[in-house]
Ligand binder design. Sequence first.
Ligand SMILES: [Zn+2]
Length: 427
Amino acid sequence: MSLEDHAEDLASDLGVDKEEVKRDLENLVNYSVPMDEAKQSLRRKYGGGGSSGGDGTPSSKAISEVTTGDSNVTVTAVVLTSGRRSIQYNGEQHVIREGELADETGKISYTAWDGFSGDLEPGQTVRLGNAGVREWDGQPELNLGDSTRPEVVDETLAIDYEVGGRASLADLEPGDRGITVEVQVLECEQKVIDGRDGETTILSGVLGDDTGRLPFTDWEPHDEIEVGASIRIAESFVREFRGAPSVNVSEFSAVTALDRTVDVAEDAPRLSVREAVDSGGLFDVELAGNVIEVRDGSGLIERCPECGRVIQNGQCRSHGTVEGEDDLRTKAILDDGTATVTVVLDDELTAAVYGGDIDDAREHARDAMDKEVVAERIADRIVGREYVVRGSLSVDEYGANLTASTFAEADDDPATRATTFLREAEV
Ligand SMILES: [Zn+2]
């Protein structure tokens, strides 16, 4: 085939101008790119749609063999999960399907655009002819569009994965889609946000099951979601929120009340500070260690009345000169020998370690004519002691911060601790 013929094939395949394709093809070939590779590269450039025409259907591949270098493949796989999501592009609303497919060799994520004609019911075995491949987060992902030919096939594949997306909260990871969870609603509040169609009301709060707790957002409030309710949420997806997974409920999610109470784990998982920090963020975790320092910005502080940020000398970074509002806060550095984390105590926990409320702190500061005495007393009381802290850990460019929900002095006696330590040292 001449270059002209190749260009013609490719142009009709991709539905783009032949002269443009020919120019690109000539260019690549002039740079000694082999014809096959040049065509692949142009398929990627022009979106990879279209059937392969003269070259026939793209070759069938096992899922483990699909790489980000492929432009189009044909796979036969079982639909593991399928979740709808409404997104906006080119100024229009589109409903896409997302989920995972598996065969005997592995699993892969997919996105099905609105031109895709298949159903993708979890449990179905499907052959997807001419599925596009794109790179997402360094991994190959199947892109199913109007040029993909779906076909339900009567074949049983021995896959290693569970069908249907039923998951425990502890197993969820950002990026999971089409997930079903059975949970108890622990906290729930309405919020008004500026959505793409103006002001909208959403729900946000905390869900729990016997493996842990996670925050959630319901973008299309469901009546069944209320504090204390035990519910099943089908077709949810998982996003990252402050470094930890967050369950997202959409207009496509089915929320049903359960006729049983979902048990919620009492305790948060206890990790070393190093493990916790390395995880990148945890919504609910327990850490134990020694307080080695109380940081600046602790004790009796002032916040901006507009944004709540801590201010210095009556100056807010966003709102200029403001009348600050007094508050109590403690930022304590906790060290367990593996790493350190900054534990942030709110007004109540700070009042407990300080041994007085905000009025006591004001009076204390006035008598001493120095605000710092409040932070100094807190430091006197907690530095050098061992604490067990539970809360939400976020890890970002500002470091590792644990917003504490409980902060208790470790009460196990030194003898037990010494044996535990020895046992750990032996491992
Ligand atoms: Zn402000």
